[in-house]
Design a protein. Structure first.
Length: 249
């Protein structure tokens, strides 16, 4: 994502901040100290709860969120029975990028997938800071590009790649944002997120488990071999990380 001069050191998955800053959100960590302090003076730390809906499509955006250790699914509802996750926002990003483009309406549903802390800012205060801080505008313009790339790549991935490779990619993306190899998750939820039937997720998870890449039992999933899972994933995972690093890293 954004190429930020010497603020980040590349780690497996997303780049991590090398400086000891109060916020662990990577976008905020990349701001000059004065800009970051002024921005966060208008915000508050909040706890993101699993399954909490932050916005619905067509709904006015009242707050933006900079996740610290929680993460948010960007979901496109198809009808009352189907939906597809088209993006994922964690500590590397921001939820509410429509405001960066001057639009105060959400195009997607925002659902908390991973619990944790986030910085929350009122939309009006955020827009004022966006006008005042050239550094904030610059980094969020770049992040918006990265997020649009992620959404487009997810659409292509859904159409052309096998379910087991897509599942491996999704698990790696979630691991990066959760900073954990263990998740509590159901096949039904994965089917919704990947836009496939539950039986397809069951087969894909079983295939990854037979290769000893993951362990899945009673809703508890553990990544056993991250490198092997990266090899099993489609190239979209490496491409997305490469885009983030080249634009924001």
């Amino acid at each position: 994502m954004l190429a930020l001069p010497n603020h980040f050191a590349t780690a497996q998955g997303f780049p991590m901040p090398t400086s000891n800053v109060r916020s662990e959100n990577l976008l905020l960590a990349g701001l000059p100290a004065a800009d970051r302090r002024r921005l966060l003076a208008h915000g508050e730390e909040v706890e993101l709860a699993v399954a909490e809906t932050l916005t619905e499509p067509g709904e006015r955006i009242r707050h933006v969120f900079f996740p610290i250790d929680g993460f948010i699914s960007l979901v496109c509802p198809i009808d009352e029975h189907a939906q597809l996750e088209v993006g994922l926002v964690g500590k590397e990003g921001m939820f509410g990028v429509s405001l960066v483009l001057g639009v105060n309406v959400s195009p997607l549903r925002g659902v908390v997938q991973g619990p944790g802390l986030a910085w929350r800012l009122d939309a009006a205060a955020f827009r004022r800071e966006l006008e005042l801080s050239a550094a904030l505008r610059r980094i969020l313009d770049r992040y918006t590009y990265v997020l649009l790339t992620q959404i487009a790549q997810t659409a292509a991935c859904t159409r052309f790649h096998f379910v087991d490779a897509r599942l491996a990619r999704w698990l790696l993306m979630t691991r990066d944002r959760a900073s954990s190899d263990t998740f509590r998750i159901t096949h039904e939820f994965l089917a919704y997120m990947l836009g496939v039937r539950r039986v397809g997720v069951t087969r894909a998870a079983s295939a990854l488990q037979r290769r000893k890449l993951i362990r899945y039992r009673h809703g508890n999933l553990q990544i056993l071999d991250a490198r092997g899972l990266e090899a099993a994933a489609c190239g979209c995972y490496a491409t997305a990380n490469g885009t983030y690093t080249s634009v924001l890293g």
